[in-house]
Ligand binder design. Structure first.
Ligand code: SME
Length: 166
C-alpha cells in the first residue's frame, strides 16, 4: 500500500511541491481516472488543514457534474457560468474567493463554506473539470496557496480525461 507522508499541514511552496510529488507517485502507473481522482481528493483533504469540502466536478454534456470528493453531500450539477465552479469553467481562470458571501451567484452546497479556491483543469485546450476546495474560514486561501495548488495542475491535466464517461 502506498504510504502518504504524514506531515502536518501544507503551507509553503516546498510543502506543496512535496504534496505534488506524493500525488504523482500515488497515481503513477494507474490508468483509471476515477480511482486516481478519488485518491487525490482523499490525500488533499487529509493533508490540507481547515477544509470542509474538496473534490472534482467534471464536464459532461456541457455542464459540471459531481465527481470524486471528500466532505458532505454536494450539488450534483452546476451550469457553466454559474457559481464559483461554473465561473472557473467559463473564464478558464483560477477563482480564489476570500468570502463566498461576496461572490454573486455563489452556490452554497455546504453552508459551512466561507472561502473557496477553484482550479480549472484543462485537457487538449479545453476545461474538462474543476478542483473545488472549500474552507469554513474566510480568507483561508492566500496567493501562496493558489500558487502551491497550481503546481498540481500539470499532473491533474495529464490524467486520462478521455476515458471519463462523457
Ligand atoms: N460553491 C460552489 C459549488 C460547489 S460546492 O461548494 C461543493 C460554487 O459556487 O460553484
Amino acid at each position: 500500500m502506498f504510504e502518504i507522508n504524514q506531515s502536518a499541514t501544507v503551507g509553503t511552496i516546498e510543502q506543496y511541491q512535496s504534496l505534488t510529488s506524493q500525488l504523482a507517485a500515488l497515481t503513477a502507473g494507474e490508468p483509471d481516472i476515477i480511482a486516481n481522482l478519488a485518491n487525490i481528493s482523499a490525500v488533499l483533504f487529509d493533508q490540507i488543514e481547515n477544509l470542509n469540502w474538496l473534490g472534482f466536478y467534471v464536464m459532461k454534456q456541457g455542464e459540471l457534474v459531481l465527481g470524486p470528493f471528500q466532505g458532505k453531500v454536494a450539488c450534483v450539477r452546476i451550469p457553466v457560468g454559474q457559481g464559483v465552479c461554473g465561473t472557473a469553467v467559463a473564464t478558464g481562470e483560477i477563482q480564489r474567493v476570500e468570502n463566498v458571501h461576496d461572490f454573486a451567484g455563489h452556490i452554497a452546497c455546504d453552508s459551512a463554506s466561507e472561502s473557496e479556491l477553484v482550479l480549472p483543469i484543462k485537457h487538449h485546450g479545453k476545461v474538462v473539470a474543476v478542483l473545488d476546495i472549500d474552507s469554513p474560514s474566510q480568507g483561508r486561501f492566500s496567493e501562496l496557496d493558489q500558487q502551491g495548488m497550481s503546481l498540481m495542475l500539470p499532473l491533474l491535466e495529464s490524467l486520462n480525461w478521455d476515458t471519463y464517461a462523457k
